[in-house]
Unconditional design. Structure first.
Length: 272
């Protein structure tokens, strides 16, 4: 091949790459935007902000401590892209996980981080007020952990009372966590897995969902040949037959149900 053809080929490759980059969808994560990009996004109609709540807690010997944070971030992006008019706030990673001294709940295991419920609620409230000040009309609260669902609802209720004469509204979307507890579990049972194996924490359901979203956080090499873990290891269920394919059953239901719930909730209040 002549030097001329090589130059032309490289030029074509660079042009194609530049075009692909130009057409790539923009990030929905506000922490990846500049302030002017965020301002313009809100002005163009992206007035819904999702505040995903995660947490740092033990999930047995085979799933990393950041499970809830990773899942909340990845799933929030999928939901925001489905909605088309939404952005995603940074994941709230510090949540109530039990008493610190003496330790209770997940705090009995190294790595779990806990904060007081009052601090958690105030953090969410301040974040929501910040987004309202910047022009967001709909502030959506979703949580990946069961322990603080009532706190999310309480914060949303308190904000809506304060915003009664404002166009802004807070929305606690129970469908996000609810999908993991009902539809996902039903789908796994339909595949022949028992309630005991599916589990309630770090079992088949939990681990499969993590494999589907970020397998780096699962120690699959050690899991396959392991003896069945139990409560002493922080596991309630049996994760040894977990697969990404099973986890996708949960991903589909979480994204679908949460998207529909947000779409149903926001138009109901109307916009002036």
């Amino acid at each position: 091949m002549s030097a001329r053809w090589i130059v032309l080929l490289l030029f074509a490759v660079f042009c194609f790459a530049g075009s692909a980059l130009a057409q790539a969808p923009g990030s929905v994560f506000i922490e990846e935007l500049t302030w002017t990009e965020l301002r313009d996004a809100v002005a163009s109609g992206k007035t819904t902000i999702i505040i995903p709540v995660g947490g740092v807690e033990q999930s047995g010997p085979y799933v990393a401590l950041g499970k809830h944070n990773a899942r909340a971030r990845i799933l929030s992006e999928m939901i925001a892209r489905n909605l088309g008019n939404a952005l995603v706030a940074p994941v709230v990673t510090y949540v109530p996980e039990g008493d610190i001294d003496p330790p209770t709940g997940h705090m009995r295991f190294p790595g779990t981080i806990s904060i007081p419920t009052s601090t958690f609620r105030e953090t969410l409230r301040a974040a929501a007020l910040s987004f309202q000040a910047h022009g967001f009309r709909d502030i959506v609260l979703i949580g990946d952990h069961g322990g603080y669902q009532s706190d999310l609802k309480q914060v949303a209720d308190d904000l809506n009372r304060a915003w009664a004469k404002s166009p802004a509204r807070a929305h606690y979307v129970a469908a996000y966590y609810g999908a993991t507890q009902v539809a996902y579990i039903a789908a796994l049972r339909a595949q022949g897995y028992s309630t005991a194996e599916i589990g309630t924490h770090a079992g088949l359901a939990d681990t499969s969902l993590m494999l589907a979203l970020d397998p780096r956080l699962v120690r699959g090499d050690r899991l396959r040949g392991a003896a069945q873990p139990g409560p002493a290891q922080g596991v309630f269920g049996d994760p040894r037959r977990a697969t990404a394919a099973l986890g996708q059953l949960g991903v589909r239901e979480i994204v679908r149900q949460t998207t529909l719930a947000i779409q149903a909730e926001i138009p109901r209040r109307g916009k002036p």
